[in-house]
Design a protein around this ligand. Structure first.
Ligand SMILES: [Zn+2]
Length: 50
């Protein structure tokens, strides 16, 4: 489980309220649709190469 990482992303989004949210870029897994951090090479959910 990588719940901690997801929590960090949500917290960062919270801090950006009122500003431009474009800093947060998520990569959508082509296999399962899970959103991964932009520097991810593999899906954190299913391991599919992004
Ligand atoms: Zn996936």
């Amino acid at each position: 489980m990588a719940g901690g990482m997801i929590k960090d992303v949500l917290h960062e989004a919270d801090l950006n309220l009122g500003g431009k949210p474009e800093k947060i870029i998520m990569l959508k897994c082509p296999a399962c649709g899970t959103l991964n951090e932009e520097n991810s090479k593999f899906c954190q959910e299913c391991g599919q190469k992004i």
